[in-house]
Design a protein around this ligand. Structure first.
Ligand code: PBG
Ligand code: ZN
Length: 327
C-alpha cells in the first residue's frame, strides 16, 4: 500500500495517537544514578565540570538516596573519594572508607534500593591508573587480586551488585570466583565489558581526582575505532560469568550498544558518561539547547539502540520530569 491510500502522518496527528504507537519508552525503572562518596560529615563539594553533581559524605548520600527512592529510581552506583591514596590503592578495600560505609548506611536506611559499586583502583592509586604499576606498565594479574578484594569488601558491606571497570583481562572470572568462594554466589556482576579509552571521561576524573599521573589508559581500555573487538570483549565477559554487560561511553557508541544487544540478547547497560552530561549542561546553561528535550531524546535513543539500563547523572532530573507528566 502506498500514497495516497497510505499516509504515515495519520499516526502522528496528536499526542495521544503518538503515544499509542510509540515503540520506545523511558521509565525510572531504566535508570541508575551515580553518586560520589567522600569522607567527613555534611560535606557537599560541587564538581565544577558537572553542574548538579557533588561529592557527598555518607550522611548526605543517605538523604540523596532517599530522594531517589521517592522518585522511583531503583538503584545507584557508588564511586569513592578516599582519605588516602597509595601505589597499590589499599584504601579501595578499606572497610572504613567512604564507599564501604555508604553501602552500609544506605542498606540500613533504604534496604530496597539497589546499591551497585564500581570496582576499580584508579580512584585509590597515587598514580591514578586502574591497576598495579611496574616500570610504568599496568600489570594485569596482580591487579586481579586487588579487584577481588575490592568486590569482596563491597559485598561484605552489603552491596547488591558489583561493577568491575578496570578493563583487566579475566577480571569478571576472578571476581565471580572470589564472590562464590565467600558465599556471595547470588551477587550479580555488571561488567564494564566494552569500555573505551575516551576523552568523555574528563569531568569524572575531576570529580574523583583520578587523572593518570603519567601516560593514559589506552593500554587497557579499548581503542574507540573498534567494534568487532567490543563484541569479543562482551562475549568473553559473558563466558566469565557477567550477568549484565555494559557499553561505555554511550552517545558516540550507539552502534556498539546495538550490536551487543542483537548479538547476545542479554541485559545491556549503557553509561551516559560525565563528558556527555557536561556538554548538555554547558549548552543548556548558555540557553543554546532545551535541556529537558535534549536529555529525553538522548536517553530514549540509547534505549532504542538496545540499552535496557542507563547509568546517568540526569537520572534524578528525568525522574522528576517523568513524574510531572508529559515529556
Ligand atoms: C573508573 C571509571 C571511570 C568512569 C567510571 N569508572 C573513568 C575512567 O576510566 O577514568 C567514567 C565515568 C564517567 O565519565 O562518567 N575506571
Ligand atoms: Zn579505573
Amino acid at each position: 500500500m502506498k500514497f495516497p491510500s497510505m499516509r504515515m502522518r495519520r499516526l502522528r496527528e496528536n499526542e495521544e495517537i503518538r503515544r499509542l504507537v510509540r515503540e520506545t519508552n523511558l521509565t525510572t525503572d531504566d535508570l541508575i544514578y551515580p553518586l560520589f562518596a567522600v569522607n567527613g560529615k555534611s560535606v557537599k563539594n560541587p564538581v565544577k565540570s558537572m553542574p548538579g553533581v557533588y561529592q557527598l559524605s555518607v550522611d548526605l548520600i543517605v538523604k540523596e538516596v532517599r530522594k531517589c527512592r521517592e522518585m522511583g529510581i531503583l538503584g545507584v552506583i557508588l564511586f569513592g573519594i578516599p582519605a588516602y591514596k597509595d601505589e597499590v590503592g589499599s584504601s579501595s578495600y578499606d572497610e572504613n572508607e567512604a564507599v564501604q560505609r555508604a553501602i552500609v548506611a544506605i542498606k540500613k536506611d533504604c534496604p530496597e534500593l539497589l546499591v551497585i559499586t564500581d570496582v576499580c583502583m584508579c580512584e585509590y592509586t597515587s598514580h591514578g591508573h586502574c591497576g598495579i604499576i611496574k616500570n610504568r606498565h599496568v600489570l594485569n594479574d596482580p591487579t586481579l587480586e586487588i579487584l577481588g578484594k575490592i568486590a569482596l569488601s563491597h559485598a561484605r558491606a552489603g552491596a547488591d551488585m558489583v561493577a568491575p571497570s578496570a578493563m583487566m583481562d579475566g577480571q569478571v572470572a576472578f571476581i565471580r570466583k572470589t564472590l562464590d568462594d565467600n558465599g556471595y554466589e547470588n551477587i550479580p556482576i555488571m561488567a564494564y565489558s566494552a569500555k573505551f579509552a575516551s576523552a568523555y571521561y574528563g569531568p569524572f576524573r575531576d570529580a574523583v581526582g583520578s587523572t593518570p599521573q603519567f601516560g593514559d589508559r589506552r593500554g587497557y581500555q579499548m581503542d574507540f575505532a573498534n567494534a568487532d573487538e567490543a563484541v569479543r570483549e562482551v562475549w568473553l565477559d559473558l563466558e566469565e560469568g557477567a550477568d549484565i554487560v555494559m557499553v561505555k561511553p554511550a552517545l558516540a557508541y550507539m552502534d556498539i550498544i546495538h550490536r551487543v544487544k542483537n548479538e547476545f540478547k542479554v541485559p545491556v547497560a549503557a553509561y551516559n558518561v560525565s563528558g556527555e552530561y557536561a556538554m548538555i549542561k554547558a549548552a543548556a546553561d548558555k540557553g543554546w539547547i532545551d535541556e529537558k528535550r535534549i536529555v529525553m531524546e538522548t536517553l530514549i535513543a540509547m534505549k532504542r539502540a538496545g540499552a535496557d539500563i542507563i547509568l546517568t547523572y540526569h537520572a534524578k532530573d528525568v525522574a522528576l520530569w517523568l513524574k510531572e507528566g508529559r515529556v
